[in-house]
Design a protein around this ligand. Sequence first.
Ligand code: SF4
Length: 311
Amino acid sequence: MPGETAPDPYRVWLSEVMLQQTTVAAVTPRFERFIARWPTVEALAGARDEHVLSEWAGLGYYARARNLIACAREVAARGGFPDTEEQLRQLPGIGAYTAAAIAAIAFGRRALVMDTNVERVVARLHAIEAPIAESKPRLRELLDMMTPVERAGDFAQAMMDLGATICRPKSPDCPACPLNAGCSAFASGEPERFPAPKRKAVRPARYGVAHWIERSGSIWLVRRPAKGMLGGMAALPGPDWTDEPAPAETALVHVSHVFTHFHLELAVVASDSPTGEGWWQPLDRLVDAGLPTLYRRAADSVLEARSALAA
Ligand code: SF4
């Protein structure tokens, strides 16, 4: 909270990495588990890759988990987090935003911490109508003019909180806003109009087949290659995904899953023989396998379809 002792850089870093495009509600319990299991960056640096990847399962964006491990090891090796934006940006997986957030919140440095909530607040204060993607440089300039030298971390957190709780995308609570006296969007009477929404991107479709190989209450799982989508994660075996639908096979279930740049139509088909290097995972301990959301949903769908048939 603003005004309290500067937070531990490890916690700031971990929460910011987890929150990149994942909601606070989804992150909070996972963050607590991570901290309980690895209370320091040194502890995380010493963890085995597969344990961290399993703990990350369901949070998506697995490249982030791999960068998390690499970053923890680098920080532990150098004896702690650096305290400037410039040095923080040299670390794996730390981009401009995360470096600014750690520098401001953990080290009290003056830095421009601009997440989507802050972008919206600044756009509204100045009634900037263009979609955010088109006005970022201007928004940065305006945030720069507002950002104080003293208590820059408190300012950053206050702006993020204001955007998350009061200056919400829909129905901003302008009467309760401490900045309403100088807000051009409020003055216009239609604060929600600012900024304009971005044009929706059409996500292309990709297609995949996953094999459901079951024996004596267990299913055959494999680990995906370290590089590429869901790299290093546990998975149902199957061929590479393609841009064209696979020839029709009788599927047990179909699962649609949205990734950042495409959506995947996955057909889960029954198969007899285990393929690739893998292991038998007992179905009653599926949760321990660390399956990412796609495969967890696929497995749950097969099991649900089966119990519906048995009912
Ligand atoms: S007055 Fe309303 S639109 Fe302006 S910053 Fe505050 S909550 Fe947002």
